[in-house]
Ligand binder design. Structure first.
Ligand code: C2E
Ligand code: CA
Ligand code: CA
Ligand code: CA
Length: 287
């Protein structure tokens, strides 16, 4: 899909034309899809690296398209950001994820509690454009109310681009979200203009270390030291660390050994349909 995107924009005139028409078409059908809530949410498990216990799900949106098949977010999220369509789309994602997670919590709550485990959490991606929208905090508040989710089990994943603009709005909105009880995660940590000072300046509860660092874990002493250092600092500040994109057992063991408690990746599971996720919740609670 990345290659297709490049072809659209650096090719010859006919291809450029095709790209524009395609974008226009996608934009229009995106409007229809938003009006009809014709999206699907997938859920990737986030697990305890030592025990393999299910701790949370990250909600990942897809667009089932009649001609294109299951369209992945990289093909439409940036379009939706440019057009502002991400605001209603993001609100739908939030609402759906919170509602589904609440049902799974009710299903698994007693068994998890009996085993001394925390309620299942759900983590939702929020784009910078969506966060900047004046109605965002209100949307979160309403979602918490209507879904009935315990706010502390809802995690909002923001990228560093949001925190970079150290303006007053960002600060007060973060504060309000914190007061609501929802948790804030920094997503893709290490890929942007990373700064550990964000952890001090903003009410951050979770830091997600980008897959590119995990890829190099077993290969480079430097990468290893970097991930270990980030984990240790986060831990000192009371910030939970989640490693992304774990694909093999070596990575899992290295992370567990350095004290990184949580992770997600194809080693454990690909993003699941809601039905598959629900079955996993049940199975995990009963074992
Ligand atoms: P992300 O937030 O970094 O999400 C992780 C991406 O890595 C997901 O791709 C996931 O399927 C993939 N992944 C997980 N484990 C592995 C692994 O072990 N190996 C590899 N190679 N990949 C892995 P996906 O679902 O295609 O999402 C891509 C991006 O689209 C996300 O990156 C996120 O930035 C964005 N996105 C997805 N859903 C939403 C949404 O609801 N709202 C917004 N604003 N953005 C979203
Ligand atoms: Ca994410
Ligand atoms: Ca990420
Ligand atoms: Ca990413």
């Amino acid at each position: 899909a990345k290659a297709a995107g490049k072809r659209q924009w650096c090719g010859y005139q006919p291809q450029l034309q095709a790209g524009l028409v395609e974008r226009h078409e996608l934009n229009e059908s995106l409007d229809t899809a938003i009006a009809e809530s014709a999206f699907a949410l997938y859920y990737q498990p986030i697990v305890d690296l030592l025990t393999g216990d299910l701790v949370a799900f990250e909600a990942l949106v897809r667009w089932p398209h009649e001609r294109r098949g299951m369209v992945l977010p990289e093909e439409f999220i940036s379009l939706a950001e440019e057009s502002g369509q991400i605001v209603p789309l993001g609100a739908w994602v939030l609402e759906r994820a919170a509602t589904e997670a609440t049902a799974w919590q009710r299903m698994s709550g007693e068994l998890r509690e009996a085993a001394g485990r925390r309620p299942l959490r759900v983590s939702v991606n929020v784009s910078a454009r969506q966060f900047r929208d004046a109605g965002f905090v209100d949307t979160v508040r309403k979602t918490v109310e209507t879904s009935g989710i315990a706010p502390e089990s809802l995690i909002l994943e923001l990228t560093e681009s949001v925190l970079m603009r150290r303006d007053e709005r960002v600060r007060t909105d973060m504060q309000t979200l914190g007061d609501l009880g929802v948790r804030i995660a920094i997503d893709d940590f290490g890929t942007g203009y990373s700064s550990l000072s964000y952890l001090r300046e903003f009410p951050i509860s979770v830091l997600k270390i980008d897959k590119s660092f995990i890829d190099g874990l077993g290969l480079s002493q430097q990468q290893y030291a970097l991930v270990e250092g980030i984990t240790r600092i986060a831990d000192t500040l009371g910030v939970q660390v989640i490693a992304e994109g774990i694909e093999n057992v070596d990575q899992r063991h290295l992370l567990a050994a350095m004290g990184c408690p949580l992770g997600q990746g194809y080693l454990f599971a690909r993003p699941l349909t809601a039905d598959q996720a629900g079955a996993l919740v049940q199975q995990d609670a009963e074992r």
